[in-house]
Design a protein around this ligand. Structure first.
Ligand code: ADP
Ligand code: MG
Length: 273
């Protein structure tokens, strides 16, 4: 096994107490490299249940890599990564950590939803089939129940009447909303969004952001890499600025945007605002 067990210290984030449970993310001293290239250098972060955290930072600063680590798509080199109160990829036993088996990891990962810039829908399946298939294949949900949930979620994201459309028959914004519904169908407790509106024509961005705002209002824990500063200002509980593999600054979105404390944050915001 080419896995490095996390630190053996029993992990209780300082001041977090029982907040280490469903809908939380706790990260300590996380390091992630690709070959010799350290991409995440020393990430420390606590996200509480129901929090909406927006990630900003220059291209290449590590936003996608951080989200991919939290989603279990990338194996971290070292550090502690707990999502929904569980070590990602490991089971804690007494004083040791056992790597999860492939199937166990798959189940753990259903608790974490991820939405990508490119919607990655199955092109040969209709909207409702896209939202149904994972429930059946991964969660073992019965077909009728999976379909019922899919129809409910498609309605929730504003796609009434589009259930039987194929991705090619939907706009980018509609496809992204199918992708969100598909993710929600797994009943995740944390949702990760990696530039969910960056590939969309400007007039289609609002509908997707509205769906995300609805999720936030419903109490979903969300981490969102985005350039949509309006969303950050109006919806996010915290704004996190990354540069060069570090979290440079984090705070109340309105305060960070109006009055950034770090010179690198100021430089970045001068370019994007
Ligand atoms: P961001 O999302 O903030 O633009 P990324 O996390 O995509 O940043 O990338 C951070 C750095 O990691 C970049 O230098 C990128 O080239 C590098 N990187 C990302 N994924 C890989 C990979 N699979 N292999 C090698 N390098 C990668
Ligand atoms: Mg990225």
């Amino acid at each position: 096994e080419d896995v490095t067990p996390p630190s053996l210290e029993p992990f209780v984030p300082p001041g977090m107490g029982k907040a280490d449970g469903p809908g939380t993310v706790h990260i300590r001293s996380l390091v992630k490299s690709f070959g010799p290239h350290a991409v995440l250098k020393d990430i420390n972060l606590d996200i509480s249940a129901g929090e909406v955290c927006v990630l900003i930072g220059p291209s290449g600063s590590g936003k996608s890599t951080l989200l991919r680590c939290i989603d279990g798509l990338e194996q971290i080199d070292s550090g502690v990564l707990k999502v929904n109160g569980e070590h990602l990829g490991f089971r804690e036993e007494e004083r040791s950590f056992k790597p999860l088996k492939r199937k166990e990891l798959r189940v753990q990962r259903t608790q974490i939803g991820m939405v990508f810039q490119q919607f990655n829908l199955f092109p040969n399946m209709t909207a409702v089939e896209n939202v149904t298939v994972g429930q059946i294949m991964v969660k073992g949900t019965r077909k009728a129940e999976a379909r019922e949930r899919a129809l409910r979620l498609l309605a929730q994201v504003g796609l009434n009447g589009r259930e039987d459309h194929y991705p090619s028959q939907l706009s980018g914004g509609q496809q992204q909303r199918v992708a969100i519904a598909r993710s929600l169908a797994m009943e995740p407790q944390v949702m990760l969004f990696d530039e969910p509106t960056s590939a969309l024509d400007p007039e289609l961005v609002g509908d997707v952001l509205d769906v995300m705002k609805g999720l936030a209002d419903g109490g979903m824990t969300m981490m969102v890499a985005t350039h949509e500063m309006g969303f950050a200002r109006e919806v996010a509980d915290s704004l996190l600025f990354m540069a060069d593999g570090y979290i440079v600054e984090r705070g109340d979105p309105r305060e960070v945007l109006a009055n950034p404390q770090e010179s690198r944050t100021r430089q970045f915001l001068r370019k994007v605002l």
